[in-house]
Design a protein around this ligand. Sequence first.
Ligand SMILES: Nc1ncnc2c1ncn2[C@@H]1O[C@H](COP(=O)(O)OP(=O)(O)OP(=O)(O)O)[C@@H](O)[C@H]1O
Ligand SMILES: [Mg+2]
Length: 235
Amino acid sequence: MLQLDKLDVCYGSFKALSDVSMVVETGELVVLLGANGAGKTTLFNAISGLLKPSAGHIQFEDKQLNGMKPNAIVSSGVVQCAEGRKLFPQMSVMQNLMMGAFVHRRDRQGNKKRLNEVLELFPILEDKAQQPAGSLSGGQQQMVAIGRAMMSRPRLLMLDEPSLGLAPLVVKQMFETIKQINSLGTTVLLAEQNAFAALKIAHRAYVMENGNLVMEGDRETMLGNEEVRKAYIGA
Ligand SMILES: Nc1ncnc2c1ncn2[C@@H]1O[C@H](COP(=O)(O)OP(=O)(O)OP(=O)(O)O)[C@@H](O)[C@H]1O
Ligand SMILES: [Mg+2]
């Protein structure tokens, strides 16, 4: 579904990603592990068209994403839920959710149907619909951010550290919901530092260090790997 081929991304003279090749197959939940500054967000922003790779190719299904505008990339089915949520805090939860439906604004029936699906995933948001998004708890705000991304009807959903700053119990529920989103048919690429929880729901994972992919494997292999355990699981 998604294929990255020898991607380089630079910030000025600093090479943040080097020779990154990866694939995500339809239906998979793939985790991208990496410490602070490894390059996870940079990779997502390159796929989303917010950063221009200096070398390499990004292929999504039959489309070459390099050079496409961010909104065209969203329309083609690749949607990012950005690190730090990036909500509009003064606007209501509903307005934030509907922002994600902008790419499908002509399909009101479809948006209504999708809104119901999102509210089924996050029932609490129905009660909070008219409240300013900024008044919600951290976990609820993360639900709004994921819900907004889902309103864009992704076929590939990229989640950038959704568990950041959330309490352990909230993190657990968040990962359950991400697993459910995947089970319902959305392919997921998930960047996380919370390696154990992420690997538990993943089919496969990649490990990124200093802009390079250094390891790849399925869930069992990664959970059983000594280096992964030492570096990311603390066991
Ligand atoms: N706008 C920028 N200008 C210059 N350097 C940047 C910029 N954004 C990121 N970098 C650098 O690129 C590298 C990768 O950063 P990136 O944000 O992609 O890492 P990350 O894996 O998402 O980290 P985190 O887990 O902390 O979010 C880091 O060394 C960072 O300092
Ligand atoms: Mg990041």
